[in-house]
Design a protein around this ligand. Sequence first.
Ligand code: MIC
Ligand code: SF4
Length: 640
Amino acid sequence: MNAARKLISSHLVSGEMKAGAEIAISIDQTLTQDATGTMAYLEFEAMGIPKVRTKLSVSYVDHNTLQTGFENADDHRFLRTMAAKYGIYFSKPGNGICHQVHLERFTKPGQTLLGSDSHTPNAGALGMLAIGAGGLNVALAMAGEPFYMVMPRVARVTLKKKCRKGIAAKDIILEVLRLMTVKGGVGKIIEYAGEGLKNLTVPERATITNMGAELGATSSLFPSDEQTKAFLKAQKRGKDWIELKPDPGAEYDEEIVIDLSRLEPLAAAPSSPDNVKRVRDIEGTPVGQVCIGSCVNSSYADLMLAARILRGHKVHPEVSLSISPGSRQALRMITENGALTDIVSAGARVLECSCGPCIGMGQSPATDTVSLRTFNRNFPGRSGTANDQVFLCSPLTAAVSAITGKITDPRDVIKGSLSFTLPERFVIDDSMILPPSPRPSKVIIERGPNIKPFPVKGALEEFLRAKVVLKMGDNITTDDIMPAGAKILPLRSNIPAISEYVFSKVDPAFPSRAKASGGGVLLGGMNYGQGSSREHAALAPMYLGIKVVFAKSFARIHKDNLINFGILPLTISPEVYDSIDQDAEIELPSLAKEVRESSEIRFVEVKTGRTHRSEHGLTDRQREIILAGGLLNYVRSKKV
Ligand code: MIC
Ligand code: SF4
């Protein structure tokens, strides 16, 4: 068995481990972050369970940390009291980004983790089966329910030899993205193997597993080996180590081989993480902003690399450089060893330990300027600036370019070796991680006026007549559907208010059109709903009356979120996609009956009278969820 199958088999609750079949696995740990967490905890609360039933659940505050009104602070207080009451650890705002802190303090090889954030597979760096999901799925896992998913195929990425000077882990995952594209990982776990592993430290591995989310992969995984042991020991968690490796001769569904010694510095050009170019081919492009941080590249190791490069230099006069450390541990360590002085002396703007610019919480770039970021996503407008030009690269490329003012190949600047070894002991201070209350019955949940109950849909319609309210192209992201940023994110606990921003970057009139036509259906291309796990991208359209999404194909997490909130995802052929226009009226004459009895759903275009076919591809369980009008209704009917 390969390592991924070992982890699945040791947690298998039901189903057959055959690629494509539905399986259920038990979940040991959960994590939530504030932007998805408030909904997840409202959903958990609605289940009426007194205490989480996982081995460990942690609630982080890292996204909505910019407090420009009462909303975010209210949410933080709600999350703190919920955690105290229900047996959950609470990581306070300022303690760091969920994935970085979880890696440092909680990730355990051999266990499973379900997180309400798409980059949860970051923890795969430590030999954990870590999966991103919608908040409702995480709420159910906290209630002790297994997690249902399609049994993934396992792809092996074999890393040969060793990276040369100036090449970083980010270049490895950008190479995988170049080879596989943003759709290439759908339905797969990416398992890393090969001699190249022995030189890759856990933080470097985390850069790679983190950005597996951009491949659309279910998860990414490294074996648990000597590097893992060393990292855990340095975090004073040596006893959490167990070995996890594939059996000799283990089988994989597909394989990619990468010769690390031939890698070049790479960057993802605007506006997709798979639009990968050699830095050599874009060097000289003037840069207005450089941002170092985000969960993919904000570890102590990343900050040290940036600090080594910046030491004794000044940031270019026309560049704004910002650094957001991934955790308070990383920040404290660079403070104590003086690296922060190098960063500050160079002229960097030091931000708090949070997601920050990665989710448009400040630092939006100036009009028509290039922003070079060490982040994982450069979807259009995600930075907060319309028509932005965001390039994604390694901390090495970012730091050298901040000095030169233009995209620069780090190999031309870095003299001598930058390598340093990870410390034998990280600074350990968990005082910003609050344990659950010893007297939960005494804890009162504090809810501000921004926290509104979540909407619930009724059972699936037997007959539907609806308008195609929006037709879209391929690779529509959940950032397109439900944008984030400093203005909209504070409304994550208030579905009626946030629904006014659905598709606001693509078509600002969408919410009013949807409401005027009494809801309707959506039409998307390939890989519809890639990116973030935000269930708001399903909940808010559901609130506006969207009943069905037709698309050529769907991204995994978003498809699950649509089903969870009773919106039917239907797959159509490219020909059918081409023949239907926006504003077309359609009828689904026997909707619920066909969902119940068949895998094919017919629909009629009212104007032409033409009948088309679509497939729902739902498992029996998903079929029942859709018929019930969503997962909460289904769970209630089953009295889980
Ligand atoms: C993101 O990177 O897009 C986010 C913000 O972390 C999301 C979660 C969210 O939308 O709250 C994710 O990756 O799932
Ligand atoms: Fe936060 Fe960005 Fe990571 Fe999402 S990708 S968790 S917004 S740092």
